[in-house]
Every structure is written in structure tokens, then in C-alpha cells.
Design a protein around this ligand. Structure first.
Ligand code: DNO
Length: 388
């Protein structure tokens, strides 16, 4: 009997994505990971819109394998008095997706911002460009642009001193650029402004880590009935980076967080999106060990690598290079996949901007060729492990 392969998938931002579905096919992926980015956060995804997107994907001979993401509205994350209607909408969206047989849904519970970087075009030795996170730049933004109260307490003295020096010698242009990058969130959604971020930071100060954890479990309990009746797997994306930043709490950053989450809400629907890059940026995170402990809950994987320095700054490395032992990860994942009815979808997460893509505009991290390279390397690695 031949071994079962993981489902090779690809994030596609929809018809406006500069990377086309034909490009995806040429890269060799068959599962599409997408979302209806045109629907504002918190609103219902109409059945018709879901069907239309699915029709476009299937017309190319591909399948819509995973929704990434159905965003959780801030009213739910903060458990505001007006959270009710947003929860109702979320449940309706899940019902509509399930009606189209789309049953793996990714989401995150990061306060306000989605992933955070400080630079989108760090030049690698080979001339390609990578996303980068630098603590000194984050501190510069936090202390001197956002001017958060008591922010200096959250950084080592050396970082504060370096940030001050860097700020003093920076130009308005570099400061503006840095702000834009930090506040960017995910492409095609409006970036948040400084004033709104400041307000949210105050709200989350009251909520704290325990409060956020409680709100996450409350959200899961509310969507449990629809997920259970429809056979939906919710897959939470880890915090990126896996640290509290800008005074915002984090609850999905390490092994303890993941174990807490899956044991506190043990029902089948509560699953994980195992993102090796997000977790891999944590200096104490041993990625294969974490995967080993939660593998039975993984219904979606983001495979990418990071290279950290002694301060904890990190850049996104080639998929098989960097600090994450991708061979060990792939081994665990492919073994786990043999136990499954449905193959676990994985996507090459991010990729360097390289070759022709250096002259094109694409969503940061989501140019075609770097991901094509990543996918090719990862599928080769899987084949080498499986032997068929
Ligand atoms: C970044 C992505 C994240 C992810 C969301 C999931 O490239 O991995 O934006 O899609 O956090 O909700």
C-alpha cells in the first residue's frame, strides 16, 4: 500500500491576487487556501459569494481546501457588550461554508494586529528579499512613535538605548515606513491607525492574558454547536511573533498555550493550524517537540522557517534552512497523516521575493516564485520521507 501524501496547498488572495490560479497549478498545488477579503470583519459571508469563489476555484480543477481566515471581530476577542450579533454572524458564516462542504477554517486570536514585522524587504546574501522582525525597530515604534505609557519596561535596557539612538538618527521617511509596516496586518484589509491602536491597548490592558484566554474559550463554546453538527474543524493560528508585543496579551505562543487550549476545549472541532514559522520565532520553542505533543489536533499546517539571532530578532529563511528542523517536522506530520481519513493540508508559508518577482508588486511574503521553491522543496522532503 502506498503512503498517503499531505495535501499540497497554496494561499490565494482571490481574483485580485497577482498570482493566478494557473500559476498555482504550475507550482503543483491542488488545494486552495483563501478567504472572502472583500467582506468586512464581522459581517456574514453570503452563500452566493462563497459559491462564486468556489466556482472560480473549481473551474481551474482545484479545490477550496481551507478558509484562511474567517476573522474574529474585536468585539468577540474583547467580549464586548455588543459581541452577540458578531457571534451570530460568525456562526452563520460557518453554516454557509459548511453548506458548500468547506469545513476547515483558520482564524487567530491575536489582539488588534495580525502578524507583525518591522521590515518587508531585508536583502538576503543571494539578493532575494525576506520579511524581518527587529526588536530595536519595534521598540523605536513603541517608545517614540506610539509613545505607549511605560513601554520601556517591556524591553531590555540595551534595546531601549539602541532604539533611542536609532530614532535620533532616523528620518521622517524611515519612521513613516516603519509605522506602516508595523500597522499593516494582512493585505487587502485596512491598516489600523495609531489612535485606534492606543485605545485598543488600553482595553486589552484591562483584559490581560487570563481574560483573553477566557474570551477565546467563550468564543469556542459559542461556535461549538455549529462546528459539531456540521463537522467543521476550526484551526487557530499561533501568535506571530509568539510574544506579547506593544503591551498586548498573547495566548497562542508556545507549547503550554496550545496544550491549555486543546485540553480546556477538548471537543473534536477545536483544532490547530501548526505554523512552524510563527512558533519558530520563539527562542524557547522546540518545534518538533511541540508538534509531537499536539499533532492529533493539527488540521492545517503552515510550513516555513526562521533564523533568529541572540537578541531574538528573526528573518524568514528558506523553507529548509533556518532554526526549525523541517525534516523532523515533516516526519511527524507525514506519520500523523497516515492515521487520517482526510489528508492534512499544508502550504508553503511565505517565500522570498526572488528572480522576476523582485520587479513585481505582490502581497508581502506571498510572491509566486519563492513559494514555488518552498513547495517544491517541501514536497521533495515529504517524498524522501515516505519513499513513494
Ligand atoms: C500571515 C498569515 C496570517 C494568518 C492569520 C490567520 O502570513 O499566516 O495572517 O493568515 O493569522 O488568522
Amino acid at each position: 500500500m502506498t503512503n498517503k501524501k499531505l495535501l499540497q496547498s497554496w494561499r490565494w488572495y482571490g481574483p485580485n491576487d497577482p498570482v493566478s490560479l494557473q500559476d498555482v497549478k504550475q507550482a503543483g498545488a491542488t488545494g486552495i487556501v483563501t478567504a472572502l477579503h472583500h467582506i468586512p470583519h464581522g459581517e456574514v459571508w453570503p452563500l452566493e459569494d462563497i459559491k462564486e469563489r468556489q466556482r472560480i476555484i473549481e473551474a481551474e480543477g482545484l479545490t477550496w481546501a481551507v478558509v484562511e481566515s474567517v476573522p474574529v471581530h474585536e468585539a468577540i476577542k474583547t467580549d464586548r457588550a455588543d459581541a452577540g450579533p458578531f457571534l451570530k454572524n460568525y456562526i452563520q458564516t460557518l453554516e454557509n461554508l459548511a453548506a458548500c462542504n468547506i469545513k476547515t477554517v483558520c482564524y487567530n486570536f491575536m489582539p488588534v494586529l495580525d502578524w507583525t514585522r518591522t521590515q518587508l524587504d531585508l536583502t538576503m546574501k543571494d539578493g532575494s528579499k525576506a520579511l524581518y522582525f527587529d526588536w530595536t525597530d519595534l521598540a523605536l515604534f513603541d517608545l517614540f512613535i506610539l509613545k505607549r505609557t511605560d513601554a520601556e519596561k517591556d524591553y531590555p535596557a540595551s534595546i531601549v538605548a539602541n532604539a533611542k539612538q536609532r530614532y535620533d538618527t532616523s528620518t521622517d521617511e524611515t519612521r513613516t515606513k516603519l509605522s506602516e509596516v508595523v500597522l499593516m496586518g494582512i493585505p487587502s484589509e485596512e491598516p489600523i491607525g495609531l489612535a485606534d491602536l492606543q485605545k485598543s491597548i488600553e482595553v486589552y490592558k484591562e483584559i490581560g492574558t487570563e481574560g483573553l484566554r477566557k474570551n477565546l474559550l467563550k468564543f469556542l463554546a459559542a461556535i461549538a454547536p455549529v462546528c459539531e453538527s456540521q463537522g467543521i474543524h476550526m484551526t487557530i493560528h499561533p501568535d506571530d511573533p509568539p510574544y506579547p508585543i506593544l503591551g498586548l496579551p498573547r495566548v497562542v505562543s508556545n507549547q503550554d498555550d496550545l496544550l491549555y487550549l486543546v485540553t480546556s476545549e477538548p471537543r473534536e472541532f477545536n483544532g490547530l493550524c501548526f505554523c512552524t514559522g510563527s512558533l519558530g520565532a520563539g527562542v524557547n520553542n522546540n518545534i518538533p517537540a511541540i508538534l509531537e505533543s499536539v499533532k492529533h489536533k493539527v488540521h492545517f499546517a503552515h510550513l516555513r522557517n526562521v533564523k533568529k539571532d541572540e537578541e531574538g530578532n528573526f528573518y524568514e529563511a528558506d523553507h529548509l534552512d533556518g532554526d526549525v528542523d523541517m525534516y523532523a517536522v515533516m516526519k511527524i506530520l507525514t506519520e500523523e497523516n497516515q492515521k487520517r481519513q482526510v489528508s492534512i493540508p499544508f502550504r508553503p508559508d511565505h517565500g522570498h521575493q526572488m528572480l522576476d518577482d523582485l520587479h513585481k508588486i505582490s502581497n508581502p511574503g506571498y510572491s509566486a516564485i519563492g513559494r514555488l521553491r518552498g513547495l517544491a522543496e517541501l514536497r521533495g522532503l515529504e517524498l524522501g520521507i515516505l519513499g513513494n
